[in-house]
Design a protein around this ligand. Structure first.
Ligand SMILES: NC(=O)c1ccc[n+]([C@@H]2O[C@H](COP(=O)([O-])OP(=O)(O)OC[C@H]3O[C@@H](n4cnc5c(N)ncnc54)[C@H](OP(=O)(O)O)[C@@H]3O)[C@@H](O)[C@H]2O)c1
Length: 248
């Protein structure tokens, strides 16, 4: 078998979007490393992709809410990856978050604080080396807060702003590229109880393919289904006095 191309590390490796992304990269002969909380889930996924692609994946323990463990986590990796992708997220339950501050805090920390801090650490390591790509899976939900999920949306807005700022800081002469992915609706366990319009709903594999294609084209921000760009443009431009009355 030919030499592997490069190394990608996927944080939140047990999610369906991560699984599809890992498969896409493994099929492209990348060395794939999966990080997450559940050793068993990650091992099962690594074995499955390994059987399908003939590549060996490695798995690594990571809880993004435990920021004290981040330096040891990065130091223990077999190498500093060429690309790091954060797929970590938690939709949570908006009605519960409105009355349960612990749940609200967990949604906010899982979607913003954890991913932003670990990606920040990778940014500094990549800067020391002189190259690397940082990819954050954010959400169209972060483009404008809505009543039905504003804890999740505001945290994703924070992640989107963080990635934008990091990209801006590292745009010139750093060798580091920062990419923001806004998947729109994706059919996964996160959305399994939600009715989704097919035209706006991607399969997890579309996200994986969009990440790889975006990497090759050095894209900055990607709406996986481009229709979402126009949908969110309309939503963003809507005057607040109208927007606040809509049940979205
Ligand atoms: N599905 C959609 O429609 C959609 C749309 C836009 C954006 N997204 C984003 O896409 C990403 C993946 O979502 P998904 O739909 O595939 O949902 P998912 O299966 O629930 O994925 C969430 C991932 O985050 C991981 N995670 C949660 N808390 C963590 C922590 N403290 N430390 C480490 N990992 C943690 C989960 O690991 P465990 O298995 O250990 O829980 C899981 O791998 C999320 O960032 C989500 O916000 C999804």
């Amino acid at each position: 078998m030919a030499e592997a191309k490069k190394t990608v590390l996927i944080l939140g490796g047990s999610s369906e979007i991560a699984r599809a992304t890992a498969l896409t990269f493994a099929q492209g002969r990348w060395t794939v490393r999966l990080a997450g909380r559940s050793h068993r889930e990650l091992q099962r996924e690594a074995d499955d992709i390994s059987v399908r692609t003939g590549r060996t994946l490695t798995i690594h323990q990571l809880d993004v809410l435990d920021h004290g463990s981040f330096v040891a986590f990065v130091d223990a990796l077999p190498d500093l990856p060429d690309v790091v992708i954060s797929v970590v997220g938690l939709l949570g339950e908006q009605p519960r978050a409105e009355i349960d501050l612990h749940h609200a805090r967990k949604i906010m920390r899982t979607n913003y604080e954890g991913p932003a801090l670990i990606l920040s650490l990778f940014a500094e390591r990549f800067a020391g080396r002189g190259h690397g790509v940082i990819v954050g899976i954010s959400s169209v939900a972060g483009d404008r807060g809505r009543g039905s999920k504003y804890f999740y949306a505001s945290a994703k807005a924070g992640l989107t702003a963080f990635l934008s700022g990091l990209r801006n800081r590292l745009a010139i002469n750093s060798g580091i590229h920062v990419m923001t992915i806004k998947p729109g609706f994706v059919r996964t366990r996160m959305t399994e109880h939600t009715q989704l319009p097919p035209i706006l709903t991607a399969a997890p594999i579309e996200v994986g393919e969009a990440v790889l294609k975006g990497l090759n084209r050095r894209r900055d921000v990607i709406y996986v289904r481009s229709l979402w760009f126009f949908v969110m443009l309309v939503i963003r431009l809507m005057p607040e006095r109208i927007f606040k009355r809509l049940k979205l």
